[in-house]
Design a protein. Structure first.
Length: 698
């Protein structure tokens, strides 16, 4: 066991070593190594599997009752300042290690097939290994300084991976947007770290919390100053976990390869912010103002992400806003003090969202040869439909992920989301109301995505977007009567004399990854079930949640617990019904109701204009991106041009004017200083005469 604890540092070292080997090969043998594509993927996958096995073993040792293990080495020693590096192994660390390594291994196996024909295949695995190593190093960090180092490495790797296809202008813009937005949060994080070091004199988590508690008890610290430092520290998770208002980078990050989207949205980059808040939870809970900011930030983010996701036509961007909404749930849980529920949802959501993103990659991979390789077509749900007939395994696994994210029992996210809903309602009813509304919206937009993608008829071969948009959008012109002839014509075209191809199921490697993720998506939620009044579930007991002030499971037995979950299930079912009504495979009920509604012109007019306004709001991302572009981009450019005008005509004008004045003054004086005595005498006599004349007049 001691050897295990001493070798935990190998967990991030193995993927880092794989990245180094591939990077050196690309640098020194750029032409020769291109023939070793499969070897490069084998190195990345096998090294991460070793890290996963070590993580699972450490996880098991923690379950069996091993104590917290901390190992530190002195790094920088200067007078009274000592910076240390090392690793910390505790329940939170071990479960995060298992989460990141298991999801990472599955994503890498999936990438072997998905990226097989890409020219940057080896470079992709080099970046991917470095990305995973950075996140694992962040998890093992025992202090804030080491976390900040790996925090920046994660940001750098996300920049490289989002802009992996850097020849695309959209990908280049997206990675820059992600980088700049995260720098704003990271600057606040750095200031917060320095602020708490100034208050407590320590960077280590345990010492920092203990010292801060002592200062707070003895009234030796200003609560306002400490809260300000806490808000600055929280800016890092706001940007990294795509919380409002620094969420704008997340949907644009979909320009990267789909496996990267799965890894970023499931277990690495966005999870880093949630992990940091959970790691610093004992500090944050001593600052009520900061806890309120965290909870309300999470609630606003959850509702905003869910509402914007309702109008997305891009499959991956719809899932991206879904991630934003679910991260808001996690922040909400942590902000109200429900520590276990937030971490529980982080775990269940990671597997479910990784499954959904890899499923979307399977869909995109199959329809690209039909509709084209441009993201505006291959990721557009208007070009999909009916894929369940051609891709049954992908459809079933995607359906499992959809049910999980909607909170349908017994899938994973049901157990964690229901706990957040109940805890938020008991903490503050308004927060609970927002959480419940978001749950209904989640069920609606997730089944909207599923129905548009997998049900109905395939629209990829014969498609008229201007006609179809009036049917498959619930806003805009949706209240106009849809014509069944549209779909009949599409069906006739599909079976006509045209040369038409159909989607095909993905290969066995990609399907293996989907099935592997479908298993924890279905069953991982059972680790958090409690059937007694006291927190007796495995997750709460193992995480040592003495700091958790919430116990969601108030019921004495399983029947009463199920009765407590009825509201969330009813709300989710209502969202699913609305999605089925609007986007389901049969539109007869929809058509009949619309035909009756059009007879009432007032209802038709009001509904049309309200729905159009909301559709535009959601389609344009709540106008937040436009506001940022107007205020920060165009406004900053105008301000810079104004400063340039001042610099050119006022600052430079003064300097240039002084030079011109000296030039003309010198030109004038050189005629006076001619060296002729007669001229000097004439000038002297003239001046004396003028002086005497002036004196006489005065």
């Amino acid at each position: 066991m001691e050897f295990l604890f001493q070798s935990v540092w190998l967990v991030p070292m193995f993927p880092f070593l794989a990245s180094i080997l591939l990077g050196l090969g690309l640098f020194f043998l750029p032409s020769s190594i291109k023939g070793f594509r499969r070897i490069s993927s084998f190195i990345s996958v096998s090294f991460l599997i070793i890290a996963m096995l070590i993580s699972i073993h450490a996880f098991w040792q923690q379950i069996t009752g091993s104590s917290i293990h901390r190992c530190l080495w002195s790094w920088v020693v200067y007078e009274n300042i000592v910076l240390e590096v090392g690793y910390l192994l505790d329940p939170l660390t071990s479960i995060m290690l298992v989460l990141v390594t298991t999801v990472g291994v599955i994503v890498m196996i999936y990438s072997k097939s998905y990226m097989l024909h890409d020219k940057g295949y080896i470079r992709f695995f080099c970046y991917l290994s470095l990305f995973t190593a950075s996140m694992l190093g962040l998890i093992l960090s025992p202090n804030l300084i080491q976390i900040y180092i790996f925090w920046e490495l994660v940001g750098m790797c996300s920049y490289l991976l989002i802009g992996f296809w850097f020849t695309r202008p959209s990908a280049a813009d997206a990675c820059q947007k992600a980088f700049v937005t995260n720098r704003i949060g990271d600057f606040g994080l750095l200031l917060g770290i320095l602020g708490f070091y100034w208050i407590t004199g320590s960077f280590e988590f345990q010492k920092l919390s203990e010292r801060f508690f002592e200062l707070l008890v003895h009234n030796q610290i200003s609560l306002v100053a400490a809260s300000f430092c806490g808000v600055l520290l929280f800016l890092g998770p706001i940007a990294k976990s795509a919380q409002f208002p620094l969420h704008v980078w997340l949907p644009d990050a979909m320009e990267g390869p789909t496996p990267i989207s799965a890894l970023i949205h499931a277990a690495t980059m966005v999870a880093a912010g949630i992990y940091l808040v959970a790691r610093m939870f004992s500090l944050f809970e001593m600052l009520p103002i900061v806890m309120n900011i965290i909870s309300w930030t999470g609630a606003i983010t959850a509702l905003l992400g869910a509402s914007i996701a309702m109008a997305q036509k891009d499959l991956k961007k719809g899932l991206a806003y879904s991630t934003m909404s679910q991260l808001g749930y996690m922040m909400l849980a942590l902000g109200i003090g429900s520590y276990k529920a937030g971490l529980f949802h982080l775990i269940t959501h990671a597997y479910s969202k990784a499954l959904l993103f890899l499923g979307s990659g399977s869909v995109i991979h199959s329809i690209e040869p039909i509709v084209g390789y441009h993201p505006n077509k291959s990721q557009n749900m208007l070009f999909m439909g009916g894929l369940r007939k051609y891709m049954p395994v992908t459809a079933i696994t995607f359906f499992f992920g959809t049910l999980s994210l909607c909170g349908i029992p017994p899938f994973a996210c049901f157990w964690s989301k229901d706990e957040i809903l109940v805890n938020s309602w008991f903490q503050f009813p308004l927060l609970g109301f927002i959480a419940y509304i978001t749950a209904g919206l989640t069920a609606f937009y997730m089944f909207r995505i599923y129905f548009l993608t997998f049900e109905g008829n395939f629209r990829g071969n014969s498609f008229n977007e201007s006609i179809s948009l009036s049917y498959i959008s619930i806003w805009g012109d949706s209240l106009s009567e849809p014509s069944p002839e549209i779909w009949k014509s599409l069906s006739l075209d599909r079976v006509g004399n045209k040369c038409i191809s159909y989607p095909k199921e993905s290969d066995n490697i990609m399907l293996f990854s989907l099935i592997s993720l479908a298993i924890p998506t279905s069953f991982i939620g059972f680790i958090g079930i409690s059937l007694q009044r006291i927190n007796s579930d495995f997750l709460s007991y193992w995480l040592h949640l003495s700091i958790n002030s919430f116990n969601h499971f108030y019921s004495e037995d399983f029947i009463e617990f199920l009765l407590d979950t009825i509201p969330s299930i009813v709300i989710a079912s209502f969202g699913i019904f609305i999605a089925f009504f609007l986007y389901g495979p049969s539109d007869y009920l929809y058509t009949a109701i619309i035909q009756k509604l059009v007879n009432f012109q007032f209802i038709d007019y009001v509904s049309k204009h309200i729905s159009l306004s909301f559709y535009n709001w959601a389609n344009y991302r709540g106008y937040i991106d436009g506001f940022y572009n107007l205020f920060f981009v165009k406004g900053l450019r105008f301000f810079v041009k104004y400063l340039y005008f001042i610099d050119q005509w006022i600052v430079d004008g003064i300097v240039n004017g002084a030079g011109i004045l000296n030039l003309f003054g010198g030109e004038a004086l050189k005629h006076i200083e001619g060296g002729r005595v007669s001229s000097y005498l004439f000038f002297l006599v003239s001046c004396m005469f003028l002086f005497l004349l002036y004196s006489y007049i005065i």
